[in-house]
Design a binder for this molecule. Structure first.
Ligand code: CAO
Length: 568
């Protein structure tokens, strides 16, 4: 076994190309010529083949990286006797001319479409109809020397308007896929090939009515059917025509028929590009092309189907939940089981339901449970009763919880962030604002106490009481419910031993507090009656790992167990 670099071969003149797909991972065994990755210039996508058979040991690029000829994109282990086929030596490649470039064949093929816009040579050739005719016959251009290359997709149909360089057909040799671009802007006439046909340079592809053609004469060179290309559809391009109904059927089908797991996706670069643009997962799409190849129509049909299903799930049909492609819950006619009344949901109930569903569906939740011994804290709190009455304040456990959470957020700042998944960034917050869930007759509201770390217990008690009062009286202003970094939901005044609160996204965590109860706690010699407060910390596992969550609750437990720590 020896290790070999996998290098970018000659890209047919293209300077830098972007890696758009990595088709192997470390440990994969590949055959010689198996695609390692797909690169794309602004004109063509090309698969870079493995130089040898062997095992991938490293891939050193990632999707989005720009690479150029000679760049090392990975390493592989090959049989020691095996021909390395690297860029410096004459590879054992069988086909293709022995030119100055003893290289991989497909980048050269890529050139056929790569340089199409500026190199008339590489464009599909027109068989001029003479006399500056507007009707043109498009012929297969030079495909980097390849002959008899099968057409895997016809990208246009009769009557289509195309711009210059729009793809007409996609062909695929055993090593590369490329599109043959239109040499003109115009209207597609008769298509002279079918999917599966093998074509070589100079073969006739299709006829076109060239818009703004050089001279305006309508001279037909192949004039079996002089005009009205759209109406000729039925007589040509049979395979494509046959496919249409099948695609429509699939669109209307209630359940998409999926390829079995692990099935290799067969799709050309244009199709892959379209899928990327539309966010369609190719592994979820069943191809209708030859050998189940995915064609553009399959992607459009899939996307339409997904939209339809989402709308259906989210709105119609009595569904109560939906979105995210999740099927809604169909409601039965409840009146068949007994008397019922219906009442409209308030805007707040709808907003709460939507927010809960959004958070639940978007955030991978984990809940960490812990206890805090609040015996001493409660002794202290109760001792403040008279002082509280004097100043018109009520000191409940909540201000202590706020203070302890503020300290934990400061000490474990990974909890005081937001994830911006669109930009792939973590937003660190240098302030500590905490939301407090308040149960009101109108529903759940979460006013926010700002700068909790800078406030004392009395101040927090007063502010919590004031905001809870405003919430119950529906007097909260929008800005009093915004900006929280973290939330506390306390059901301790009601009961319960533990629960799994839903993170108020885009916050990262929420502390659920259940009812404190006297429990026997072993002090090393005997059981002592201690007041134990149950804590339930739900967190976004994308941002926080389990060990940090356990640290967070352990710290809360320590701070609440001896509130003198809050002063440190
Ligand atoms: N264990 C035992 N007793 C507790 C306690 C706990 N964890 N937390 C509070 N208590 C006690 C208080 O000390 C108070 O008792 P006293 O009157 O004898 O002192 C009593 O319970 C009621 O407290 P409170 O609810 O008025 O005040 P609070 O500061 O604890 O809570 C607030 C304020 C706004 C959080 C609370 O009123 C509330 O609305 N909780 C519900 C929140 C909610 O619905 N969350 C669910 C969200 S998800 O659906």
């Amino acid at each position: 076994m020896s290790e070999q670099e996998i290098k970018v071969p000659d890209l047919g003149g293209a300077d830098e190309v972007e890696v758009i797909e990595i088709t192997v991972s470390k440990g994969d065994s590949v055959a010689e010529e198996d695609p390692i990755l797909t690169v794309e210039s602004d004109k063509a996508s090309v698969e870079l083949p493995s130089p040898s058979a062997g095992k991938i040991t490293k891939i050193t690029v990632k999707v989005g990286d720009k690479v150029k000829e000679g760049d090392v994109v990975g390493m592989m282990e090959v049989e020691s006797g095996a021909q390395t086929g690297d860029e410096s030596g004459g590879s054992d490649e069988s086909q293709n001319d022995a030119d100055e470039k003893p290289e991989k064949p497909e980048p050269e093929k890529a050139e056929a479409s790569e340089s199409k816009s500026d190199d008339a040579e590489s464009k599909p050739k027109k068989a001029s109809s003479g006399g500056g005719a507007r009707k043109e016959k498009v012929q297969v251009p030079d495909m980097g020397g390849s002959e008899d290359v099968p057409i895997i997709e016809i990208n246009v149909k009769e009557g289509d308007e195309v711009a210059e360089d729009d793809p007409l057909v996609t062909v695929e040799s055993d090593k590369a896929t490329m599109e043959i671009p239109s040499p003109f802007a115009g209207k597609i006439g008769k298509i002279l090939v079918s999917e599966g046909d093998k074509i070589s340079q100079g073969d006739d592809l299709l006829e076109m009515q060239v818009t703004g053609g050089e001279s305006g004469e309508d001279v037909s060179d192949t004039d079996e059917k002089p005009e009205a290309p759209a109406s000729q559809e039925s007589s040509t391009s049979a395979p494509k025509q046959e496919k249409q109904p099948a695609k429509e059927e699939r669109q209307a089908a209630p359940e998409p028929e999926l390829p079995p797991a692990g099935t290799k996706v067969h799709a050309g670069p244009a199709v892959r590009k379209l899928a990327r643009e539309l966010g369609a997962d190719l592994t979820r799409i069943k191809g209708s092309g030859p050998k189940s190849r995915i064609v553009k129509d399959d992607i459009h049909a899939y996307v339409k189907q997904q939209l339809h299903r989402t709308q259906e799930a989210g709105a119609g049909g009595g569904a109560v939940t939906g979105g995210s492609g999740i099927p809604g819950i169909k409601l039965p006619d409840f009146s068949q089981f007994g008397d019922i009344q219906r009442e409209s949901m308030s805007r707040m109930q709808v907003a709460t339901a939507n927010n809960m569903a959004r958070s639940w569906l978007n955030v991978p939740h984990v809940t960490q449970f812990d206890d805090a011994d609040i015996t001493e804290m409660e002794n202290f709190r109760k001792a403040q009763k008279a002082a509280g009455e004097k100043r018109g304040s009520k000191l409940t456990p909540l201000p202590f919880l706020l203070k302890a959470c503020a300290r934990a957020l400061a000490e474990l700042p990974q909890f005081n962030v937001a994830l911006d998944m669109e930009k792939k960034e973590i937003v660190h917050k240098n302030y500590i604002h905490i939301g407090v869930a308040v149960d009101t007759p109108a529903g759940l509201m979460v006013p926010v106490i700002r700068n909790v770390d800078q406030k004392g217990l009395w101040e927090l008690a007063d502010e919590a009481m004031e905001l809870a009062g405003k919430a119950r009286d529906k007097k909260l202003k929008p800005n009093e419910m915004q900006g929280a970094c973290f939330s506390i939901t306390s059901l301790g005044g009601i009961g319960g031993t533990a629960f799994t609160p839903i993170v108020n996204a885009p916050e990262i965590a929420i502390l659920g507090v259940s009812k404190a109860a006297m429990k026997p706690v072993w002090d090393g010699k005997e059981f002592q009656p201690r007041l134990i407060l149950p804590l339930s910390l739900s967190y976004d596992h994308r941002a926080v790992n389990g060990a940090d969550a356990a640290r967070f609750t352990a710290l809360l437990s320590e701070l609440l167990g001896d509130i003198r720590h809050l002063l440190l």
